[in-house]
Write a protein that binds this ligand. Sequence first.
Ligand SMILES: CCC/C=C/C(=O)SCCNC(=O)CCNC(=O)[C@H](O)C(C)(C)COP(=O)([O-])OP(=O)([O-])OC[C@H]1O[C@@H](n2cnc3c(N)ncnc32)[C@H](O)[C@@H]1OP(=O)([O-])[O-]
Ligand SMILES: Cc1cc2nc3c(=O)[nH]c(=O)nc-3n(C[C@H](O)[C@H](O)[C@H](O)COP(=O)(O)OP(=O)(O)OC[C@H]3O[C@@H](n4cnc5c(N)ncnc54)[C@H](O)[C@@H]3O)c2cc1C
Length: 673
Amino acid sequence: MASAGTGKMTVNPDIAKERRNAGFHVENLTNFIYHGPERVRRRRYMQNIALQDPVMKDSKPWAFRTREEEYELSLRKQLHVLQRQKDLGITDEFDKFYYNEATAPNENNPVGLHFGMFIPTIEKHGTEEQKKKFVQPAKDLKIIGTYVQTELGHGTFIRGLETTATFDPKTQEFIVDTPTLSATKYWPGNLGKTVNYCILMAQLYSQGKCQGPHMFLCPLRDLTTHQSLPGVELGDIGPKFGFNANDNGYLRLNNFRIPRINMLMRYSKVLEDGTYVKPANSKLSYGSMVMIRASIVGAVSRALAQACVISVRYSAVRRQTEVSPGGPEAQILDYQTQQYKLFPLVATAYAYHFAGQAVQSNFLNISKEIEAGNLQQMPVLHALSAGLKAFSSWGASAGIEVCRMSCGGHGYSLASGLPKIYTNITPACTYEGENSVMMLQTARYLFECAMMVQKGQRLPDLVSYLSMDLSAKSCMTSDVALGCLVKAYQHRAARLTNAATAVVQRHINEGQKPTDAFNMASTQLTWAARAHCHQYVVKVFVTTVTEANIDDRTKAALTTLCKMYAVNGIMENLGEFLQDQFFNTDQVDILTRKMMTLLADVRPDAVALVDAFDYHDKVLDSCLGRYDGNVYYALYEYAKSSPLNEKDVLDSFHKYIKPLREGQATSSLPSRL
Ligand SMILES: CCC/C=C/C(=O)SCCNC(=O)CCNC(=O)[C@H](O)C(C)(C)COP(=O)([O-])OP(=O)([O-])OC[C@H]1O[C@@H](n2cnc3c(N)ncnc32)[C@H](O)[C@@H]1OP(=O)([O-])[O-]
Ligand SMILES: Cc1cc2nc3c(=O)[nH]c(=O)nc-3n(C[C@H](O)[C@H](O)[C@H](O)COP(=O)(O)OP(=O)(O)OC[C@H]3O[C@@H](n4cnc5c(N)ncnc54)[C@H](O)[C@@H]3O)c2cc1C
C-alpha cells in the first residue's frame, strides 16, 4: 500500500472509490519509479526511521514558525540526522537521500550546501593533499563550508567578479580582498551564520597578471569560538520569498591572508615563485555548477510531483456545484477544465522524473571521462545540464502555481502545503545560473551544431536530429504514435534552431559584430533551446515507456501519460509546430480530439498515478493532500492551532480598538451614519 494517512479516521469515500477503480496496481508503478521493490522498501524504511524519530516531531506547524525558530529547528534536526545516520551506519547515498527527504521536507536547511557543494567541490577540484587536509574534517563537521561566488554586482557574469586573490610569493599567501561595494559577496547559502569556511570564487592575480576566476578555500570564523576572523565581515541577508531556514549571507574581506595551499589546485596551479599553470580547459572551475544543474532536474520533478499529489487528491474529495438542479455536487476532478489543468502536470512530473534520471546518468558518465582527462564531452554536458535545468525549473514553478490555483481558496492557505513547495523550488529558476542565461548557453551550442550541419560535419548523438530533412511533413495519424510525436518535437527544434541561426547569420552578413548579431537573435535562440530541451524530455519519456519492463496495465497507464505530455506540449506551442505547415489542419484536429480523449483516459487512474509517487503525508505537510482525504477536519484543526487563537480576546483589542471606542463615546459622533 502507498503511504498511510494520519490518524485513525475513516478514509473519505470519494478517494477510497478512486483507489478501487484504478486500472493498474499502484505498487507496480511505485516500484518502477524507484527502481524496483527493494529500493521502495528501503526508501520507506529510511523515511520511517526519520518520521518516527521524536526529534523530528514538530511542536507547531511549519507555517507558524518565526524565521529564527525555523533556522534553529532546522539546524538542530539536520545535525541530529547526521549523528543518527552515523550511529545507524547509513552510508549508501540513496539511503541518505531518502532519509533526508523525510526530515525537513521542502525546507532549505543550514548545512545543505556544506554537503551539496562545499565537500563535492573539494573532492573534484582539490589536489590529493588538499583532499587529505580538508575533506575528513569537513565530513566530521569540524569545518563547515559553502560555495561563495555571487556578488552584489555580479551573479551571472562570473568573469566580471571583483573579489581578488593576489599571490604574495614572499609569504606564500594569497591576499583576498573585497575592493568595492559591488564586490561584496551576496546570496551564498548558509554563509551568514552557520559556516566557518567557504569555497571563495575570486579573480586570481599573480606576477601582476589577472588569470580569471579561481576557487580558494577561505576560513571565515574561528573554529572554536565561531567569531568572525579579523578582516572578515559577514552576516545574514534577511528574510526572502522562501528559503527561510537558510541563512543566505553577505561577506566582505579586507586584505585577508590565506596560505597558497588553499587555492584549489587540481586543474590550475600557482607555483611557489608565482608562476601560473593553466588548466586544460578554463571552464573546469565551473564544474560544481554543472553538477548541481544536472541534479536540479530531479529536484524540480519531485516538487511538481508533490504539488500534483496534493491538488489531485484534493480535487477527488472536493465537491462543488450541482451538475443538474437538486442532484449531487460533482467531484471537481470530474470537470474537464480541472482535468486539463492538472493531468498534463501529472504527466510533466513523470516526464521530468525520467529526464532527471537521464541527465544525471549523462552527468556521471561524462564526469568520469573528464576525471580521466578526456574533456571532449564538456560542451555537450554543459549545454544539456544548463538547458534542462532552465526548462524543468520554469515548467515546475509554473505548474506548482497552477496546482495551487486549482485548489481554489484553500490553495492560498499555507495549510495546503503548496506555497511551501513553491517558494522552496522557484529560486531554482535563478540560482545555479539564471534561466534565460542558461537557455542562451544551450542556444550557443545549438548554433555551433547548426554551423556544423551547414558544413556537412557529423553531430554528436544527442543533437544528430538537427540534420534532419525539414521539408518532410508529419507522419501523424489518428493512432497518434509515439514515434511520430518524437519526430514532431525534433522537427520543431531543428526548424527553430535553423531559423535562429539564419537570423544570426543575416545580422553578421549585414555587418553586425558576431556578439551583437547573437544578441539580436537571442530571443529566437532561446525558443530553439527550449524546443531542444522539450524534445529531449519527450524522447526520454518515450524511450523509458517503450523499454519499460512492467506489467501491461501499468505500461498502458504510463503510455497514456507519455502521450498526454507530448500532445499537450504541441497544443500549448501550436504556432511553432504549424509555422512551416509541418502539421495540416486535419492533424491538428486529430491532436485536439486526442487530448480530450486522453483526459478521459487518465481520469479513472488520476489518484493512483499520484499515489504512486509514494509521498508520506508528513512529507507533503498538507491539509489538502492527505492520503485519507479528510481535508475539512485538517483545515479546521489547522485554523484552531493558529497562534492568534491562543487568546479569545487579544491584547491588541485592549490597546487599540477599545480606547478608540471609548474615545468615540466622548467625541461628537454624527447622530446617523
Ligand atoms: C541550493 C542553491 C545553491 C545555489 C548555488 C549557486 O547559485 S552558486 C552560483 C551559480 N552561478 C551561476 O550559475 C552563474 C552563471 N554564469 C555562468 O555560468 C557563466 O558566467 C556563463 C556560462 C553564463 C558565461 O561564462 P563565461 O563568460 O566564462 O563564458 P562565455 O560565455 O564567454 O563562454 C565561453 C565558452 O565556455 C563555455 N562554457 C561556459 N560554461 C561552461 C561550463 N560550465 N562547462 C563547459 N563549457 C562552458 C561556453 O559554452 C563557451 O563555449 P564556446 O561557445 O566558446 O564554445
Ligand atoms: C535562493 C538563492 C540561493 C542562492 N545561493 C547561492 C549560493 O549558494 N552561492 C552563490 O554564489 N550564489 C547563490 N545565489 C545567487 C545566484 O546564483 C544568482 O542570483 C544567479 O546566478 C543569477 O545571477 P544575478 O542575480 O546576478 O542575476 P542577473 O544576471 O542580474 O539577472 C537579472 C536579469 O538579467 C538577465 N541577464 C543577465 N545577464 C544576461 C545575459 N548575458 N544575457 C541575457 N540576459 C541576461 C537575466 O536573464 C535576468 O532576467 C543564490 C540565489 C538565490 C535566489
